[in-house]
Design a protein around this ligand. Structure first.
Ligand code: ARG
Ligand code: ZN
Length: 884
């Protein structure tokens, strides 16, 4: 947030605060131009630390007065601190009055306006932009909040907790008083005021308590909140059933806002959501949107226990709440999906996401441990590592102690720490203590290296079969590459869930009991595991369900991969085998510098998969989709984004043409009849039909045929839901069909008043497969489109992140125009919204792995940004790490 030189904050420097704030009474006189905040705090000195002054955080505030026990007191302001030397030793009351300017707050941190209403975002350090406070998560207070505002413009006044009073005031103003009985850190504080409407639902939980659930949105959006409300109810039911964690407030509110930096925020009893993570209707949202909304609503709700009831001692512990809560929302989504196959589809999607986002992070300039050691701007550490890798770490606990053991560990964690601000160590200890003698508790210290070591471990596997003794010896090794600031690494504790198949795909018993699956615990640099009674050379199926966030090199032949793809009992590894077959071909062509030619064996395997009578369409779609270009890049020592794109396009076109008739049959066979529901079965059919259609249009484009583009256009026009409409539009745009232009025009005209859909319109164009610089040129011209704005994060991302982060071939150009564009946009956004700029800045994380001429040009562009003297600390930290 702050400008100027960044101070590096170190994890090991943690100290308790010199004072505790136990209670706070806040009064807001809400005015968009200038809001008056009165804060009355009950403070006590913390005798556990050396005697010192009271230092409160405050940023972008205008201080009016400071009173201690009703009398004025001397203070000074230094940088972003308000320092009071003469604070009493006995408990005292501190009163502060200040103003802030919500209308001018384009950073969207603290109190700001959006669409004429007031919203707050306080995590991580936004509360200090509202009033002076000990804005750190280990200071937990009980809040009472009085809101006063013009009644006509701001009829709805919301804050955390329960409504304890409301009424009219003079001059057309009114007020509301909210009390939250649970002590909480300031980052969970929230206020909303505006002209909003709510969908309401009363529920009685298992425990027999009544609750009011409300989803607040702008007038006109109410019919798009049904899915969010259903997701919230399902989340409440699930957390009670799976972890015995009930809803603890009478009222639970969710609010949507169009201008928001992240997905959503778990403020106590008053979750605030980016509308993109909340609003859905069949006509405007895709299956993927419905699925994402369900998981984010669940995520924020689950934070009520993992994050709010037990919170983080300091921001280095962020994964304590985020990794755990992502794990919980992933488990929830799997349970909601239902069938084993639908669960596997969830898992595959999560792993694909991890590999596309977290693996590159772990090998780039911003590589950091799940529990970082230092930061200058904490907002830069809301990362795929802290969230998604953090979730994989929690999943490994569960794999090591079993599901029941993990639930016992969670129970102990809440028994010990409810109402406290704790660390990742406390969590680890609770899970271990609840499972004495387990694979986890006997090597807890080694296991905790997952929190301290950055980088993705490489695991190699080499099996040897001895026909004479009928033994199979599996040798596993592990090695974690060096990352910035971490030269050598210790072995990690890696649970390898595995089985062995014979050549025909039959599962082999691994011991005398006939078990066909085991968890091997790899905790040394090198280990061997011996299996007896194995009659012939088996095919190992390792790391089932992706049991650890590692890169596995098992050296399997195509023949072995085909056995796994066809027969493995683990659906994740069946999918993995299909991806590896494709990846091997692409990598082979890239490394040899030769054009990619798919072999008949591969084509036949893919055809068999597409036409398989039993496999789910959703699974087929995942298996037939080629690996992401960013994931392919991760396998290369030197990255040439254009070569990777060319190889993937070649593979796609060959797959499209070789399976032409099969795609056509699949398209016809997977039409969904009847009304729209986003359930796994119908969304799986739509996904496969959309993939088939895009293949058919791509092939038609290559052959000059016009039938399929015509069909796609017709389908685009007639579609009964956004998934089908978007699928058809994407098929046209991605193949660069002539009908793409009229379709895009029509789409815009149809949805010009729906911002979330127009975001899709921008994103689709910016993400289209590059050919001859066309996509880059279009993206650059879209900057001037009247609907484009840098101020709205969703809109800015829809064009800029899509181009710079999700379209490598359009972005990385030999003429460096992509990098020049990136630098311009990062600087322009930094003046408006540092958090948003900083996210975009990360498009250059992996510059050092690029081939020339990209590498030098990228470095130059980063240096140009770094040379700007008044950069935010957010962007400065990113570019300085990149150049380090
Ligand atoms: N705790 C929120 C979530 O994961 C994310 C908020 C992050 N906000 C930020 N400005 N860094 O649900
Ligand atoms: Zn979260």
């Amino acid at each position: 947030m702050r400008e100027g030189t960044a101070t590096l904050i170190q994890r090991l420097d943690y100290q308790q605060p010199a004072f505790w704030i136990r209670k706070v009474d806040l009064t807001f006189d809400l005015d968009p131009a200038k809001t008056l905040v009165t804060s009355k705090m009950q403070i006590e000195r913390n005798t556990a630390v050396p005697h010192g002054p009271l230092r409160l955080h405050g940023e972008e505030l205008n201080l009016l007065r400071v009173l201690i026990d009703g009398s004025s007191v001397s203070f000074r302001q230094e940088g972003h601190e308000l320092i009071i030397e003469g604070a009493p030793d006995a408990d005292f009351a501190l009163e502060i009055r200040n103003t802030c300017c919500p209308d001018k707050n384009t950073a969207l941190s603290g109190l700001y306006t959006s669409g004429g209403s007031f919203f707050t975002q306080c995590e991580a350090e936004g509360f200090r932009r509202i009033t002076y406070f000990l804005d750190r998560p280990d200071v937990m207070a009980v809040y009472t909040v009085t809101l006063r505002a013009d009644k006509a413009r701001f009829p709805i006044l919301l804050a955390n907790g329960n409504l304890t009073g409301s009424g009219d005031l003079d001059n057309g103003r009114h007020f509301a008083v909210w009390h939250d009985p649970f002590p909480k850190p300031s980052y969970l504080f929230a206020v909303v005021a505006g002209d909003l409407v709510a969908r309401e639902q009363r529920i009685r939980t298992r425990a027999g308590k009544d609750h009011l659930l409300q989803v607040f949105v702008r007038r006109g959006d109410l019919e798009k909140t049904e899915h969010a409300m259903n997701s919230l109810i399902a989340s409440i039911v699930w957390d009670e059933a799976r972890f015995q964690l009930p809803l603890d407030l009478e009222r639970f509110m969710v609010v949507g806002v169009s201008d928001f930096n992240m997905g959503a925020m778990e403020n106590k009893g008053l979750n605030i959501f980016n509308t993109s993570a909340l609003l859905a209707s069949p006509a405007t949202a895709t299956d993927a949107d419905f699925h994402r909304i369900e998981s984010i609503v669940a995520h924020e709700y689950f934070h009520n226990w993992t994050g709010n009831r037990v919170t983080c001692r300091d921001w280095f512990q962020l994964s304590l709440k985020e990794g755990l809560t992502v794990f919980r929302d992933q488990e929830f989504s799997m349970d909601m999906a239902g069938t084993p196959s639908a669960r596997a589809v969830c898992r595959i999607q999560d792993v694909r996401q991890l590999r596309a986002l977290q693996f590159p992070e772990d090998s780039g300039a911003m590589a950091h441990p799940v529990r970082p050691d230092s930061y200058s701007e904490i907002n830069n550490f809301y990362t795929a590592t802290v969230y998604e890798k953090g979730s994989e770490v929690v999943r490994m606990y569960q794999t090591l102690v079993g599901r029941a053991g993990f639930e016992a560990g969670m129970k102990l964690y809440f028994e010990r720490h409810d109402g406290q601000a704790v660390t990742c160590d406390d969590f680890a200890q609770a899970i271990a203590d609840a499972n004495p003698g387990s694979e986890l508790s006997t090597r807890l210290d080694a296991f905790k290296r997952w929190y301290s070591q950055a980088g993705t471990p490489r695991v190699t596997a080499h099996g040897e079969h001895d026909a004479a003794t009928q033994t199979y010896t599996l040798r596993l090794t592990q090695q974690t590459p060096a990352t910035p600031g971490q030269g050598d690494k210790q072995p990690q504790v890696i649970p390898v869930v595995m089985g062995l198949l014979d050549r025909h795909g039959v599962a082999l018993p691994l011991d005398a009991d006939g078990t066909t699956e085991r968890v091997l615990v790899l905790d040394q640099a090198e280990q061997t595991f011996v299996f007896n009674g194995i009659p012939s050379e088996p095919v190992p199926s390792l790391l089932r369900g992706f049991s650890a966030p590692v890169v596995l090199d098992d050296g399997l032949s195509d023949a072995a991969l085909l056995v796994l793809m066809r027969h493995d009992s683990d659906p994740f590894n069946r999918w993995e085998a299909s991806q590896r077959l494709a990846l091997n071909r692409i990598l082979h062509a890239l490394r040899a510098g030769q054009p990619l030619v798919l072999s008949p064996v591969f084509i036949d395997a893919m055809r068999a998969l597409l036409n398989h009578p039993e496999l789910d369409p959703a699974f087929k779609e995942l298996a037939l989709t080629l690996p992401a270009e960013s994931y392919i890049a991760e396998q290369m020592d030197v990255v040439d984004p254009q070569a990777i794109h060319a190889a993937v396009m070649a593979a796609q076109i060959q797959l499209a043409s070789a399976l032409r008739d099969d795609w056509a049959a699949a398209f016809e066979a997977h039409q969904v009849q009847g009304g729209y529901t986003p359930d796994p079965v119908s969304s799986g059919k739509r996904a496969l039909a959309n993939l088939a259609l895009s293949m058919l249009v791509l092939d038609a484009q290559a052959t000059g045929d016009t039938v399929w583009p015509g069909k796609a256009y017709q389908r685009f026009k007639d579609a009964g839901n956004m998934t089908d409409r978007m699928g058809a539009l994407a098929a046209l745009v991605n193949a660069n069909a002539e009908l793409a232009a009229p379709a895009l025009q029509r789409f815009h005209a149809l949805f010009k008043d729906d911002a979330l859909v127009i975001d899709k319109w921008f994103a689709l164009q910016a993400r289209a497969p590059e050919a001859d610089g066309r996509v880059f040129a279009r993206a650059r011209s879209l900057l001037k489109h009247p609907d484009f704005s840098l101020k709205n994060p969703n809109r800015a991302r829809s064009l800029l992140a899509s181009l710079c982060m999700f379209n490598p071939a359009a972005f990385h150009r030999t003429d460096a125009a992509g990098y020049v564009f990136w630098a311009e946009q990062v600087l322009a956004i930094d003046a408006i919204n540092p958090q948003l700029a900083s996210r975009l800045a990360r498009a250059m994380d992996r510059w050092a792995a690029l081939a020339e001429p990209y590498r030098s040009a990228a470095r130059e562009a980063i240096a140009r940004v770094a040379a700007k003297p008044d950069l935010s600390t957010d962007v400065r930290e990113i570019v300085e790490r990149a150049l380090a």
